[in-house]
Design a protein around this ligand. Structure first.
Ligand SMILES: [Cu+2]
Length: 479
């Protein structure tokens, strides 16, 4: 395996501001493995520790963060489909940690859930993750220990599994969108574990970044085809993202190929944990610029980056023809709904409704998470850390599981299933794609189904990390 070997090209002259920003974070995230990427027994050593990021731009003081190999997003790891991922996590933090490989259908012991699939990796200790990547696509890795704090501080990165045969694109770009809650001095705001975030929409940050840059410039050439891999790494914010004057052709969702489809109105709605692969055919004239926009949760749009066209001649005379679908992954052939194990899993709790705990808006519990007695969210009537208590359900391997997820709370949730991808049923039938994380809006019910073909103990939880920590988590068993 190797790091991403396709950096942003510097085909256009950079302004000083862009250059500083790029040199500070972006290029580092796409650098080749030269020094510092120690290899041991074929394992790629990944150090969880501290780092710095210029989240507020080149003119402002950098922010001390937690990071993999000193950078957030961490190094982009890359393997070919069917090859082994071999990563040695070394914990240089002052608290335990683990890595969860989000969206990977991997052996249970490698799933990185503390106390359910492995013990936490203590400071100074290491843990070897080793598994075959069965599916080609865009995945990510992140801490799953006190993740509401560790992810918010920057402990995540991207794992790309390349198709067995190269996919025809001119450029392959990773865009991690996230938000950060910063104090006035630019430090990560230490308001972790507070009941206000937990009971409401989760930790929403006031700084939105792409690849940890305050304003990212993505160079393209006219008629170039770019594969954009978008990942929402935020704790709790749902991003509604669009690229001005560009058609967003969705090729894969949550890492799994889908029939190519156009995003309705060009809008991409990504919950924490969601990914989408787009093919973008750059249609504008040389020298053009186009905004990358997200909603600001108040009905307006914010420009968080731009696509910058090279002023030189087009890459080719005309755009490429419509793409073929990406090759299929070896997902279960079909759901057996007639014999399915069915369960209603209501999403309950939170602020403005019921199960209101004491301490609303009160002091935080920094470094400890939400105490068990203050859990205020529930799945199917159970408030859990996701590893304590009985399983939500147990099924025999190979059984189809159909879950109904009615959201009885006032907030959206992002329900994530570990170790499996599921299909989503709506009024028009089964949607033509697979997901591992689905948004359930307030007062709505989502219905999902999957073949429980991966043995072990798997979490199902809200990926709004404050909700997860405050009880919206459970586990199920495939035996
Ligand atoms: Cu939630």
């Amino acid at each position: 395996m190797a790091l991403d070997e396709r950096p942003f090209s510097a085909t256009m002259p950079l302004t000083r501001r862009r250059w500083l920003a790029a040199a500070g974070v972006s290029l580092a995230a796409f650098a080749l493995p030269r020094r510092g990427a120690a290899q041991t027994d074929g394992f790629r050593v990944l150090r969880a520790g501290t780092g710095m990021a210029r989240l507020r731009g080149a003119g402002e003081a950098p922010t001390p963060i937690w990071a993999y190999d000193g950078q957030s997003p961490g190094p982009t790891l890359r393997v070919r489909q069917g090859e082994e991922v071999k990563v040695r996590l070394v914990n240089d933090l002052k608290q335990p940690t683990v890595i969860h490989w989000h969206g990977l259908r991997l052996p249970n012991a490698m799933d990185g859930v503390p106390h359910l699939t492995q013990m936490p990796v203590e400071p100074g200790q290491s843990f070897d993750y080793r598994f075959v990547a069965p599916d080609a696509g865009t995945f990510w890795y992140h801490s799953h220990f006190l993740s509401s704090e560790q992810v918010a501080r920057g402990l995540y990165g991207v794992l790309i599994v390349d198709e067995r045969e190269a996919v025809e694109v001119d450029r392959d770009v990773v865009l991690v969108v996230s938000d950060w809650r910063l104090a006035n001095d630019g430090a990560i705001h230490p308001s972790f574990g507070n009941m206000h975030d937990a009971a409401m929409a989760g930790r929403i940050g006031q700084y939105i970044t792409l690849n940890s840059e305050d304003f990212l410039s993505l160079p393209v050439r006219t008629n170039e085809r770019i594969r954009l891999r978008l990942i929402n790494a935020a704790n709790a914010r749902i991003f509604q993202l669009r690229i001005d004057r560009h058609v967003a052709r969705i090729m894969a969702a949550d890492g799994q190929p889908c029939p190519p489809m156009l995003a309705p109105n060009g809008l991409l709605r990504l919950a924490p944990g969601n990914r989408v692969d787009l093919f973008l055919d750059a249609p504008l004239a040389p020298g053009s610029k186009a905004a990358i926009l997200v909603d600001d949760l108040r009905g307006s749009e914010l420009e968080i980056g731009q696509i910058v066209y090279d002023p030189g001649p087009p890459l080719r005379a005309a755009a490429l023809p419509e793409p073929k679908p990406l090759p299929d992954n070896p997902l279960p052939a079909k759901l057996d709904l007639g014999q399915a194990y069915r369960l209603d899993v209501p999403l309950d709790g939170g602020g403005m409704r019921m199960m209101m705990g004491g301490g609303m808006g009160g002091t935080g519990f920094r470094g400890q998470g939400i105490p068990a007695q203050q859990r205020i969210w529930a799945l199917a009537g159970l408030s859990s850390s996701g590893h304590d208590g009985p399983p939500l359900f147990s099924v025999a391997r190979g059984r189809t599981v159909a879950l109904s997820l009615p959201n009885r709370s006032m907030f959206p949730h992002a329900m994530h299933v570990h170790g499996h991808h599921f299909r989503q049923l709506d009024s028009s039938g089964w949607k033509p794609y697979w997901l591992d994380t689905v948004i359930v809006d307030p007062e709505r019910t989502e219905r999902i189904a999957f073949v429980a073909d991966n043995p072990g103990k798997w979490m199902i939880h809200c990926h709004m990390l404050e909700h997860q920590e405050a009880g919206m988590a459970a586990w199920f068993e495939v035996a």
